[in-house]
Design a protein around this ligand. Structure first.
Ligand code: ATR
Length: 296
């Protein structure tokens, strides 16, 4: 038996979500702690919804420094914190909670990850049309960041549950006057908008392990080669959506930069150290390529 040694000063961090076998956050953060010789550990807390309030309450104790929050709890944790940042308020979702001596403060670092992923393409997004699939907590950060940093003419949110998409469109409309927001769950409407969009973004979990053969595009969608396609799913690294887009000759953006971008900001909030991004990228890519090889 191998016994892991803990020091009494070791601080704990983890990722809280449900059905999150895909997550690379432990590998990413652990590689960074090791590189900087920091006494932290990082675990996975895969819980059913009923356990969320007590788990979040326990972050105030037991040497916890905080947690990252993922599917499907980014919106649900808000009322369990003591305070959230202005940006989280605007977005309506929290993906990072920091325990400041028993006080839980919520942040959203996803928006930074979106900015990092799309900054190079800013000119192609500005004044153009963007289609975003999904209307959960991740979608909120994506809609916010795209509108705030890139000012497209239109954002169409496509989601199987129309109310979720409409709520985001109505909420963000008055906040970003340069962009018009629309929502739909109708395939024909979605296809018409996809045809004239410069950028398509998947924020749903469709395509993520274990749903790797699925993508969120409605039937009859034809991707064009002048389009950009961004999938925030990073496991697998080449999702079904990105494969379809590459086949059509479009340019693709994987979820790796979003993972690292949001991770960097969260790491800095937890540790007050600069995130060793090259080390973390190498650790994540090595693991993802291993997963890919094993699945061939
Ligand atoms: P996150 O916080 O990561 O955004 P979430 O809040 O659970 O996670 O949101 C997941 C999004 O993916 C939702 O928009 C969800 O659609 P609904 O609003 O209809 O629930 C979407 N989603 C998840 N699984 C899906 C599936 N199999 N097909 C289509 N959409 C799916």
């Amino acid at each position: 038996m191998i016994l892991k040694q803990f020091s009494e000063h070791q601080r704990h961090i983890g990722i809280i979500g449900h059905k999150i076998n895909h997550t690379m956050s432990p590998i990413m953060h652990t590689s960074a702690f090791k590189k900087l010789n920091l006494d932290y550990d990082y675990g996975v807390m895969d819980i059913v919804p009923d356990m969320l309030p007590s788990l979040i309450a326990s972050l105030r104790t037991l040497n916890f420094r905080g947690a990252n929050i993922t599917i499907p709890y980014k919106e649900k944790v808000i009322h369990l914190t003591d305070e959230i940042s202005e940006e989280s308020k605007m977005i309506g979702a929290v993906n990072t909670i920091v325990n400041n001596n028993g006080r839980l403060v919520g942040y959203n670092t996803d928006a930074h990850g979106v900015y990092i992923s799309l900054a190079y393409y800013a000119e192609e997004i500005k004044n153009n049309h963007v289609v975003i699939f999904g209307a959960g907590g991740a979608a909120r950060a994506v809609v916010y960041a795209v509108a705030k940093y890139f000012s497209p003419k239109r954002i169409m949110i496509v989601n199987r549950t129309l109310e979720h998409a409409s709520a985001i469109a109505e909420e963000f409309g008055p906040k970003f006057r340069l962009t018009k927001f629309f929502s739909t769950n109708d395939h024909d409407v979605a296809v018409r908008e996809i045809n004239v969009a410069s950028l398509l973004i998947n924020t749903t979990s469709v395509g993520m392990i274990p749903l790797i053969n699925f993508h969120p595009l409605p039937p009859n969608t034809v991707i064009q080669k002048n389009q950009l396609v961004f999938d925030i799913v990073y496991n697998p690294i080449e999702t079904a959506l990105l494969k379809v887009a590459q086949y059509a000759g479009a340019r693709t953006i994987s979820g790796i930069d979003m993972l690292l971008g949001q991770g960097a900001k969260a790491f800095e909030l937890f540790t007050h150290h600069e995130f060793p991004i090259h080390t973390a990228r190498e650790a994540v890519l090595t693991e993802l390529l291993q997963v890919k090889e094993n699945s061939l």
